[in-house]
Design a protein around this ligand. Structure first.
Ligand SMILES: [Zn+2]
Length: 446
């Protein structure tokens, strides 16, 4: 019993070193979790009502009727810096337009490093985009090591498997052959995507039913819109988008009913040389500068976002900061050059420092709120208002006027290094508790 108490004390003091205080000004409706749904190779040119897709020779291509993929808040113009799978997935998760697969493995480079630090579990189901560093970022991932439609195979990599999810994913791995039963050609492509969507739905269902208080980020990649474009031509490509529209709706409904944020996007688009082409592409010189390869969808469903079509030009690197803003997490992505699309219906101020600061927020000469910690979050702040922020800490006084058109980050860097008084006390307590624990263990052994 005493041993357990000692371990508990160590955990408590360890937490105290990294204190986070949250101050909620107005009621905010935050999502309970999030799905990042990436459709491999889906160009927005092929289904956004505003666009018309063209082949390289200038002929007009067929368009998909996909109302379920243009939900709630939709950003019209989002372009990819590099239309190739591995790089584009790296841009999506790091918020850096020049990212590659190696960068994903660096500390604090990805959205997953931030979600994990804030108590989320990172789950993934990916046909493509599941390179080594992407898999390493997940607590658990079910993925397709090769992307064979003829001989599909599935692996599970459990780095830190969350309760019940491994067993669930294993069931879905075993269910895959049922989806292909007696199917050939086009139908196998469509079934492969449906399996991915249904498996994602099952993970969400498991989390909301059995672990309702556990926040999660589920990353999904469905692969056969891309494969269809490469190997079956423009007609089947568009038909596969319509199948996706049909099969995706159940996941959308589940997210909507359970207060889960849904981010719908693609790694890159797809281009065809002529109408009726048997093969398409996106990464090679022939295709990579086409609008059809570069323009991707980005739609967001979340209780703290107002719906509508968002104009303006954005890049794929803006997706990660937007996702973090909607989850009310500080954008501490180390390499990001993207910026959040301002679609959240309130603003948050994230204050970060090495030591404890006393921070207060003023509006028109009136102190609105305040608090003391090394990490503070002020949330639920009305947009487009002026605030003055005052902070007092070990490095002195700090004051700034802020116009809140979006989330703001403030960092107070102390001059000089070394441990703060608070960290010293905490470290001392950890040491004392450890010694006490050892003495207790030693006595029990005696
Ligand atoms: Zn791709």
């Amino acid at each position: 019993m005493k041993k357990i108490f000692a371990v508990l004390l160590i955990l408590l003091t360890a937490n105290a070193v990294y204190g986070v205080s949250e101050i909620i000004l107005n009621d905010v409706e935050r999502p309970n979790g999030a799905i990042l749904f990436i459709v491999d190779g889906l160009g927005s040119s092929y289904f956004y009502p505003e666009y018309t897709p063209y082949a390289l020779d200038g002929s007009r291509l067929l368009k998909a009727d996909a109302p379920n993929l243009t939900f709630e808040t939709r950003v019209l113009d989002v372009k990819v810096p590099t239309p190739s799978t591995g790089i584009a997935h790296s841009v999506i998760v790091t918020g850096y337009s020049g990212a590659d697969e190696e960068l994903v493995g660096y500390p604090d480079a990805t959205i997953y490093d931030i979600t994990r630090r804030h108590g989320f579990v990172n789950l993934a189901i990916m046909h493509k985009g599941d390179f080594y560093n992407m898999r390493a970022e997940q607590d658990i991932i079910m993925y397709a090591p090769d992307n064979s439609i003829n001989n599909p195979s599935v692996s599970i990599q459990a780095n830190k498997p969350y309760e019940g999810i491994y067993e669930m994913m294993y069931d879905w791995k075993m269910k895959m052959p049922e989806y292909f039963d007696n199917k050939t050609g086009y139908d196998r492509y469509s079934a492969y995507n449906k399996w991915g969507i249904d498996a994602a739905g099952a993970v969400v269902e498991e989390m909301v039913t059995n672990h309702p208080s556990q926040k999660f980020l589920l990353t999904v990649n469905v692969g056969t819109i891309d494969s269809g474009g490469h190997y079956r031509g423009d007609y089947d490509y568009v038909m596969l988008v319509e199948d996706l529209d049909r099969d995706f709706y159940s996941l959308y409904e589940m997210a909507s009913e359970n207060n889960i944020a849904l981010f719908f996007t693609a790694d890159h688009g797809m281009s065809f040389a002529v109408k009726g082409a048997q093969r398409g592409g996106h990464g090679s010189v022939k295709y990579s500068s086409q609008q059809e390869s570069l323009r991707i969808p980005f739609a967001v469903l979340s209780p703290n976002v107002n719906g509508g079509v968002v104009g303006g030009e954005y890049g794929q690197e803006d997706i990660a900061p937007t996702l973090l803003s909607i989850l009310d997490l500080p954008d501490t992505l180390q390499y990001a050059d993207g910026e959040a699309v301002n679609i959240k219906n309130y603003a948050s101020i994230f204050v970060n420092s090495k030591t404890e600061y006393n921070v207060s927020l003023w509006n028109n000469g009136i102190r609105v709120t305040g608090g003391s910690d090394s990490e503070l979050v002020f949330t639920g702040l009305p947009l487009n208002a002026n605030y003055r922020i005052e902070a007092k800490g070990s490095a002195g006084k700090y004051e700034e006027q802020l116009f809140l058109d979006s989330d703001k980050q403030l960092s107070f860097m102390d001059v000089g290094s070394g441990f703060s008084k608070r960290e010293m006390i905490a470290a001392g307590m950890i040491l004392a508790v450890n010694v006490a624990g050892l003495i207790i263990i030693w006595r029990i052994r005696d």
